[in-house]
Design a protein around this ligand. Structure first.
Ligand code: FES
Length: 81
């Protein structure tokens, strides 16, 4: 469908509107974000690049903020790497 782009989150394909963030793609799929060192589930908090709670690995690069990264076609995202 025009206007949608597809990416993979934890090996699952998800489609989001062009211009959506990686955080939106992860939320659309409904998979959990990362866990803290003590095992607590974490999720986006500020949505504007300040809190770093939305960190994911994208195309092999760790610790990127999902809320600040536009989703791109074919992107490989891991939420718990
Ligand atoms: S949600 Fe706060 S930096 Fe991404």
């Amino acid at each position: 469908m025009p206007g949608l782009i597809g990416l993979n989150v934890n090996g699952q394909r998800v489609e989001v509107p062009a211009g959506a963030s990686v955080a939106a793609a992860v939320a659309t799929l409904g998979v959990p974000f990362r866990r803290s060192r003590s095992g607590q589930p974490r999720a986006p908090l500020c949505g504007m690049g300040v809190c770093f709670e939305c960190r994911v690995q994208i195309d092999g690069v760790a610790q990127l903020r999902a809320c600040m990264t536009p989703a791109r076609e074919g992107m490989q995202v891991s939420t718990d790497a």
